[in-house]
Design a protein around this ligand. Structure first.
Ligand SMILES: *[C@@H]1O[C@H](CO)[C@@H](O)[C@H](O)[C@H]1NC(C)=O
Ligand SMILES: *[C@@H]1O[C@H](CO)[C@@H](O)[C@H](O)[C@H]1NC(C)=O
Length: 313
């Protein structure tokens, strides 16, 4: 990097610093993205969706998520967090919460105005959307990884993951902050939020929300027929709804024989925080009798739900 005169440094805007910071992070944490998300991990992340409509109009949306459960909203008029669960503050004090809200408030303001000021420089054209994701993930063995991701119009321009606490992660973080000593303040804030605040918060969240998060809610299931796939054919639909947690097993069966052609939809959220899934099977009309939909779920204690096609209830 070439040296800058003080005047040049001053002109170097916050967005420039942020961009530099992101690029450096990507360089200093190479290949950190190969750690696949495993089923036995839990993550907390904050998400930013900034829609730049035109030169004067931007909408910022912020939210906080524990895995796929939204626990925070963001009121962009007042610049305050909305806590959607009674345990969503974890063990953080009101002072800490106020401080974090202030950081996000400033971040949204600075980010918006700096992007608007550099639209031409970055060769951006209105309207465009920038999404940001930052958080940390706890693995079954107790390891915690932090991550930061940015995308423009759905394309990732940044994606990185780093370990904490690991000597290697610490070393890299130190090296990184040495490299950008000019912007030490920003570096240290981002680093502290990702590597210290987030893991502490995530752990305290899991403790505070224990009763809610470890609850078991039994699914209800019912059958219906879908739009006919063709002459002489039936679409059998098995609806499974109201279960928690999310992992579920649903298959059409003939006796003990699994029907491999079963098509599963996406697992969709119900308004009350439970889940819904439908599984369909396309069969010849004459072959529907004797088929059953079988549901396995942790809340059922091994007592699978079995619903036979053509039977009432
Ligand atoms: C920007 O978009 C807003 C909302 O669509 C509109 O009201 C406003 O007039 C636009 N401003 C400019 C400068 O185009
Ligand atoms: C909050 O919980 C985290 C994780 O369990 C812990 O490390 C931290 O010390 C706690 N903070 C307070 C103020 O109790």
């Amino acid at each position: 990097m070439r040296d800058q005169t003080p005047a040049e440094s001053q002109k170097f805007s916050v967005s420039g610093m942020l961009l530099l910071l992101l690029v450096l992070l990507a360089v200093l944490f190479p290949g950190g993205d190969n750690l696949e998300a495993s089923q036995s991990s839990t993550s907390f992340h904050v998400m930013q969706i900034s829609s730049f409509v035109n030169s004067t109009w931007t909408q910022n949306r912020g939210s906080g998520w524990l895995d796929d459960m939204q626990i925070h909203g963001w009121d962009s008029d007042t610049g305050t967090a909305i806590f959607l669960k009674p345990w969503a503050k974890g063990n953080f004090s009101s002072e800490t919460i106020l401080m974090l809200e202030e950081i996000f408030r400033v971040y949204f303001f600075v980010f918006t105005s700096e992007v608007q000021d550099h639209v031409n420089e970055f060769e951006l054209e209105y309207p465009f959307e920038i999404q940001g994701l930052a958080g940390c993930e706890l693995y079954a063995g107790g390891a915690i990884m932090s991550f930061l991701r940015g995308s423009l119009e759905g394309l990732d321009f940044l994606s990185l993951k780093t370990g904490w606490p690991s000597p290697e992660g610490e070393l890299r973080a130190q090296k990184f902050c040495t490299v950008i000593t000019k912007y030490k303040g920003i570096c240290e804030t981002v680093e502290k939020l990702l590597l210290e605040t987030c893991p502490q918060y995530l752990l305290s969240l899991l403790e505070a929300g224990k009763a809610d998060l470890q609850k078991q809610v039994k699914p209800e299931a019912w059958l219906s027929s879908g739009p006919s796939p063709g002459p002489g054919r039936l679409l059998l639909v098995c609806h499974v709804s109201g279960f928690y947690p999310k992992p579920v097993w649903v298959l059409w069966m003939r006796g003990e024989q699994e029907q491999e052609d079963t098509q599963q939809g996406d697992i969709l959220p119900n308004a009350d925080g439970t889940w819904y899934l439908r599984a369909t099977l396309d069969v010849a009309t004459g072959e529907a009798a004797g088929l059953a939909c079988r549901v396995k779920h942790s809340s059922l204690g091994g007592q699978d739900l079995i619903l036979y096609w053509g039977e009432k209830g």
